[in-house]
Design a protein around this ligand. Structure first.
Ligand code: BTN
Length: 269
């Protein structure tokens, strides 16, 4: 059974009105759950419409890309997932999620963030790419049948305030409040991220991707010219990132070939 939506979140969502489209309609809030992606998938299986959102104050089994877990202690972050059914948008939701988080956080707090391919949202700065800290992540999980795409669950985890990160994360993670040195309002961050996501979904559902790709490229300067180690069809390789293709694949120059990276871990060198 869901819990009542906290009044600060409800007020912030009301304040952006129609700018968040159908996202968060309806919304199911939990003080604690396993993974909001799993709960949203269960609602989607039972026919929940596009825009249905599940949000939790804490997750006991939050997960990230590549089978990793997502540290989700109570009150330290935003953990939420939305149901998307627009089939034309599906291949681009990973990129759209990263752009929406970076742009929404900036609108809500003025904190500039960047994207590391495909959708890690990291601190911006003068330090080398390998020293940027991760502030948010996006996990898109699709479900299809013989009839085609049923739904995509787009899950987002945003670190709001400092937490006792596990040892393996401590020097790679940060939070919005740590970076800004002041408190932020969770509801405003949530509402602005949903608004930014709604703005990306509308053209994507019509098959228009050029605007999203332009915004992604602007937010991900390290996807161009950075030395990376990555998985290619020919195995693990070291090369120079030369941008993304129009289908979102990372292009990496390895020797005299340009390899397409479509999955896996990319390590900035
Ligand atoms: C990543 O960077 O690896 C993606 C992290 C995604 C975490 C969010 S938190 C809300 C939603 N529920 C989950 O279990 N995962 C996503």
């Amino acid at each position: 059974m869901p819990d009542p939506l906290p009044s600060d979140l409800a007020a912030a969502l009301r304040a952006v009105g129609a700018r968040r489209g159908r996202l968060g309609d309806p919304i199911y809030y939990f003080h604690e759950t396993t993974s909001t992606n799993d709960v949203a998938a269960a609602y989607a299986e039972r026919g929940a419409p596009e825009g249905t959102m599940v949000i939790a104050a804490a997750q006991t089994s939050g997960r990230g890309r590549l089978g990793r877990s997502w540290y989700s202690p109570p009150g330290a972050g935003l953990y939420f997932s939305v149901v998307i059914r627009a089939a034309r948008a599906a291949p681009f939701l990973t990129l759209a999620g990263g752009v929406a988080v970076a742009e929404g956080v900036r609108s809500a707090t003025a904190l500039p963030l960047e994207i590391k391919w495909p959708n890690d949202v990291v601190t911006r700065g003068t330090s080398g790419p390998s020293r940027r800290r991760k502030v948010a992540g996006v996990l898109a999980e699709a479900s299809s049948t013989a009839d085609g795409l049923q739904h995509v669950i787009l899950g987002m985890g945003i670190n709001l305030s400092p937490a006792s990160y596990p040892q393996d994360l401590a020097d790679r993670a940060s939070s919005i409040e740590t970076e800004l040195g002041r408190a932020v309002e969770p509801g405003v961050v949530l509402a602005e991220v949903l608004t930014a996501l709604a703005a990306e979904l509308e053209p994507l559902a019509r098959g228009e991707v050029s605007g999203l790709l332009a915004r992604w490229r602007r937010l991900a300067p390290t996807a161009m010219g950075t030395a990376v180690e990555c998985d290619t069809p020919r195995g693990r390789a070291i090369g120079i990132a030369t941008g993304i293709a129009d289908d979102g694949a990372l292009l990496v120059k390895v020797g005299d070939r340009v390899e397409r990276v479509i999955a896996g871990e990319v390590v900035w060198k």
